[in-house]
Ligand binder design. Structure first.
Ligand SMILES: NC(=O)c1ccc[n+]([C@@H]2O[C@H](COP(=O)([O-])OP(=O)(O)OC[C@H]3O[C@@H](n4cnc5c(N)ncnc54)[C@H](O)[C@@H]3O)[C@@H](O)[C@H]2O)c1
Ligand SMILES: [Zn+2]
Length: 368
């Protein structure tokens, strides 16, 4: 079997393994055999990913004695909706899935969140398996149990915590992932380095060009993915439901990142690209507050400058500030920001609006 790493997510009775390997899609039947008893397995995917990988997944499950039910939705964030969830419920009911059945995601974070939401709610919750296929979903979306659909008034507003039985990451699917998606996903790995692991940050400094070019061995990919999964799993296992505040550090770069995505209508930036600029802003704010030494900020921005990122043309500071003000994390005119002390260590601080402006100014300067 092609497993290279198995990372355990420790959540008491909800603990589960994340298998990282090469060629795992062909071994899925065997992995299901370890964790899943019910025979019926809905496999939810989007058209792009289904076209490439559905057949292999379905035949591996059939060989192991399961009855897969493929469900394919259109690609893109707009499929992460209650309307699509409703269509999927209909498919599951007609295919006679029951409380002992399983829903599996096969796709990026969009499919993972949508399929997970269906698994969390169908018949009050049935078992869930994640087979992520984008780099962002490998290192972020597939671990931690947050599942959701979007509402027209905001992203991820309707959701649940629903941990999978296991996660299977096959790095060979990166061969077909568009390069821009790959690079945007790598930003979340940079984020993990800044918030928690200087060693990972150094690894990315050494290897980013090779990783971004896609000419990387499966072993190196698997090592990088497992490293990131361990970081996310560690944070999630200490704060599963975002109660102690620790899980919030995963939002590093996201306060401004989300605002930039929103004011550009979710069309200019991929999520990771906006987060990269959010990290640049957070670095400037942290330096202004005397938290982050200038040389550490320069080190962060040096790595981020290797990503080619869209610009802020026609984005006004006022729109961005307004967007941040309407964000749920604002309290009495102050925004909660995750700010770095040095590479590998962050803390949560209140930030004033004039400081956010300093951050935006720094982003414009960074973009040149
Ligand atoms: N639940 C969480 O904790 C969490 C964390 C971060 C992000 N998210 C969610 O994840 C979503 C973004 O995920 P994403 O960036 O993976 O986007 P995505 O799922 O939309 O995938 C991006 C594009 O890549 C394609 N694709 C995916 N894997 C492929 C492959 N191997 N080969 C070819 N094409 C492939 C998809 O079809 C899609 O067109 C958002 O909805 C976000 O809210 C969730
Ligand atoms: Zn993110």
């Amino acid at each position: 079997m092609g497993i290279l790493h198995a990372v355990q997510v420790d959540l008491g009775p909800r603990s589960y393994p994340v298998y990282v390997g090469h060629g795992l899609l062909g071994d899925l039947g065997e992995l299901f055999g370890r964790h899943v008893t019910g025979r019926k397995v809905a496999v939810v995917s989007d058209e792009n990913v289904a076209e490439l990988y559905m057949e292999e997944v379905v035949s591996s499950l059939v060989e192991a004695g399961y009855e897969p039910v493929p469900v394919v939705v259109p690609p893109g964030e707009s499929s992460k909706s209650l309307q699509l969830a409703d269509i999927i419920y209909g498919r599951l009911i007609r295919a006679r899935l029951d409380r002992g059945s399983t829903v599996t995601s096969l796709g990026g974070g969009m499919v993972g969140d949508l399929a997970g939401f269906v698994a969390a709610t169908f018949m009050r919750g049935i078992s869930f398996v994640q087979i992520p296929t984008s780099f962002l979903a490998f290192v972020d979306a597939s671990v931690g149990g947050k599942v959701a659909v979007n509402h027209r008034l905001g992203k991820n507003l309707i959701g649940a915590f629903h941990q999978p039985r296991f996660v299977a990451i096959d790095v060979s699917v990166l061969a077909t992932l568009p390069g821009r998606e790959l690079r945007a996903g790598l930003v979340e790995a940079v984020k993990h380095g800044v918030i928690r692991d200087e060693g990972l940050f150094g690894f990315l400094e050494e290897n980013l060009e090779e990783l971004a070019s896609g000419r990387t061995s499966p072993e190196l990919w698997a090592e990088l993915v497992a490293w990131n999964v361990r970081i996310k799993a560690d944070v999630v296992s200490r704060d599963e439901r975002e109660e102690s505040g620790l899980r919030m550090i995963l939002n590093y770069g996201h306060t401004l990142g989300h605002a930039l995505e929103a004011v550009t209508g979710y069309s200019r930036f991929l999520h990771g690209e906006a987060v990269a600029l959010g990290m640049v802003a957070a670095g400037a704010i942290a330096e202004r507050k005397g938290l982050l030494p200038p040389e550490e900020r320069a080190r962060q921005d040096g790595l981020l400058s290797k990503f080619s990122l869209p610009g802020l043309e026609e984005v006004s500071d006022d729109e961005v500030l307004e967007r941040i003000r309407s964000d749920k994390k604002v309290r009495e005119g102050r925004v909660r920001f995750v700010l770095a002390r040095h590479i590998g260590k962050v803390e949560v601080r209140d930030v004033r609006e004039d400081e956010v402006k300093v951050g935006l100014e720094a982003v414009r300067e960074f973009l040149g």
